[in-house]
Each structure stands twice: as C-alpha cells, then as structure tokens.
Design a binder for this molecule. Structure first.
Ligand code: AMP
Ligand code: MG
Length: 329
C-alpha cells in the first residue's frame, strides 16, 4: 500500500490533542493542550469547554508543524472512547466535521488501544504484556486471538486517579502523580495501608480512604507518599507478575500517564527480569493522552479497512478495550 497519512484527534478527558502520523510510523506532529482545573478534579463540562476553545488552534499548529494542509491527509481518526461524554463529543464533532468538509474517511479509535499501539511503536515490541496506567485506567492486557484481552484491572478507581485524589487532599496542585513521586523519594517510614488484590484485580479506593485517614492522624507527608506508592505499585506488580507467568509473553511494556513514574518502572523492570522478559516504557512525551497515538492507531486501522460512517460515529464513554477487533496483528 502507498504511504498513508492520518490526522488523529484525542479528547477523551483532560487533553485535547491533534497528531499527524504516516504509515511508516513517523510522527509528523503531536500538539496537545491539557485542561488543568483550578481546584479539584476534572469537571466533564469544563473539560469540554476547554477542548472547544483550544481545538482550532491545536489543529492548525499540528498541520503547520507537519507542513501539511487538511487536503493532504488520507483519513481523520478520532478517539470515540472510553472517556467523559461531554469531552468525547467535542473531539467527535470536530472529527466528523473535518471528514465531511474534506471528504475523508473517518476512523474510529479506542483510546486504550491507542495507548498500547503507541507503546509498541516506540519500543519496537511486537507482542508485549501491557501495563496501561493513567488518570482513568489501570489495565493489564495482551493480544490473544484477535483482540487485546484483559489480564487484570482495577475494580474501582484508576492508579493515576488514586495519586491525584490523594495529592488533592494534601493540597498539592493537579496533576498530583509527579508531586507524590517527588515527595515519596524523601519518605523514610513505611506506614500501614490495606493491600487489596482480588484474583487478578486490584482495588485502590480503600487505599485512598486509609491514606487520607493517616494524613489526618498527622503523619509526615513524605512518609505517606512513599507508603502510598509502595502499596499501590506492589499490588500492581503482583498481578503483573502473575499475568506474565500465565501469558508467557517475552516483552513487558508500561504505558499511560503514570508510566512516567520511575519507582513504578523500577518495580516492573524487576518483575520482567525475573521472568526473562524485556522491559520497555513509552517515552514521556507519548505517555499521557496525546493526538499522535490516535493518529498512529488510525493508520493501523485505516490500512485494514476500519472506517465508520459519520452518522454512526457515536461516542462510547464505556468502550472496553476487549470489545475492539484488532485486524492488524
Ligand atoms: P493520562 O491520563 O494518560 O493523560 O495520564 C495522566 C495521569 O498520569 C495523571 O493521573 C498524573 O498524575 C499521572 N502521572 C504523570 N506523571 C506521573 C508520575 N511521575 N508519577 C505518577 N503519576 C504520574
Ligand atoms: Mg489516557
């Protein structure tokens, strides 16, 4: 097939992004603008408002960076879920409008699949066990028989959400993950928190409640951050280890916003080494939500004939990873 160029739009949560990627995997542009709430977590409608405010500028900058006009791209890809309804609808509306105005095919992309595909592209891994940890997701997945199958996930809140929510209680600005990591480095005492693993799944909401209780008891913030990371990451490492033993994958890759955490990287690297698997991490610039990962997954899907009629391109806030057929593997 001749070279194809896909423009991808991301708007599932706090980030509005536009990426442009060609079928050789060259990232021609990756422009992202993240909504940072003044206080508290992300409110879906405020996020949506942010996205519609920045969208024209982000798309223009991406086209400029790639040195292209909309007429030059072969398809428009859009992340239709999972995510926050109002935020998703902004990206979907813009992508539909571009597809219709420029007569381009519209390519539906699952956001979780995109986090996985960008990790494979950047690490060169072909068939990894994937640990996808972000503000809204905690999923251990691997390809098997036509789809990415889930080998463990959170039963309640996501790992990034746990760190952000705890940071908020402490009074740290959003996003809290990096701040918790920094403070944790200076922690000295491991306090007691509940360790909740059920089968192949983890539960983080009890950990959050218990950590907030310790905070109110007046423990040192550094010790609390250290303890929270130790428990949350160890729980994840345990289920990752079992998934690795079970699937016998020879590659382990960490993706999603929380992949930037060096202590989580260190723990999972040990797990990989003990099972003779190679370990890789998605580069920081592509770890959080971004347009390039949607464009790249759009390339893979488009090359395999996956397109959607504009009339049927509903957003799917609860679109699960394991519902998506993956014809390109
Ligand atoms: P995403 O939802 O993929 O855009 O990722 C955002 C999430 O990644 C937020 O919950 C951040 O707190 C988290 N995050 C970013 N950097 C770090 C870090 N160094 N350690 C832990 N969490 C992080
Ligand atoms: Mg994400």
């Amino acid at each position: 097939m001749r070279k194809a160029i896909v423009l991808g739009i991301e708007s599932t949560a706090h980030t509005f992004g536009c990426g442009i990627v060609d079928s050789y995997g060259n990232i021609l542009a990756n422009i992202n603008d993240t909504y940072i709430p003044v206080r508290g977590g992300i409110h879906p409608r405020e996020g949506a408002q942010h996205h519609s405010d920045v969208a024209p500028k982000v798309i223009k900058r991406a086209l400029n960076e790639a040195g292209l006009r909309l007429g030059h791209v072969d398809a428009i890809a859009v992340s239709l879920g999972p995510g926050l309804g109002p935020c998703l609808r902004v990206g979907a509306t813009i992508a539909r409008a571009l597809a219709v105005a420029y007569n381009k095919p519209l390519v539906p992309v699952n956001h979780a699949v995109a986090h996985i595909e960008i990790a494979k592209l950047t690490t060169g891994f072909k068939n990894p066990l994937v640990v996808f940890v972000s503000g809204g997701n905690t999923v251990i997945a691997a390809y098997s028989d036509g789809r990415y199958r889930v080998f463990g996930e959170t039963l309640d809140i996501a790992l990034g959400n746990l760190l952000d929510a705890f940071a908020r209680e402490v009074g740290l600005p959003h996003p809290g993950g990096p701040k918790v990591e920094e403070l944790a480095r200076r922690g000295e005492r491991l306090l007691k928190l509940p360790y909740i693993v059920k089968g192949q799944d983890v539960s983080y909401s009890g950990l959050l409640t218990a950590a907030i209780r310790l905070l109110k008891e007046g423990h040192k913030i550094e010790d609390l951050c250290y303890t929270l990371q130790e428990y949350a990451f160890s729980m994840l490492a345990e289920v990752v280890e079992r998934a690795l033993a079970y699937t016998e994958k020879k590659e382990l890759v960490l993706t999603g916003g929380v992949a930037a955490n060096s202590e989580l990287q260190r723990k999972l690297k040990i797990v990989a080494e003990e099972h003779g698997a190679e370990f890789g991490v998605v580069p920081k610039a592509l770890a959080g939500d971004n347009g390039a990962m949607i464009a790249w997954t759009g390339v893979l899907a488009y090359k395999h004939g996956v397109t959607i009629e504009v009339e049927k391109s509903y957003v799917k806030p609860r679109w699960r990873l394991d519902e998506v057929d993956i014809p390109w593997i």
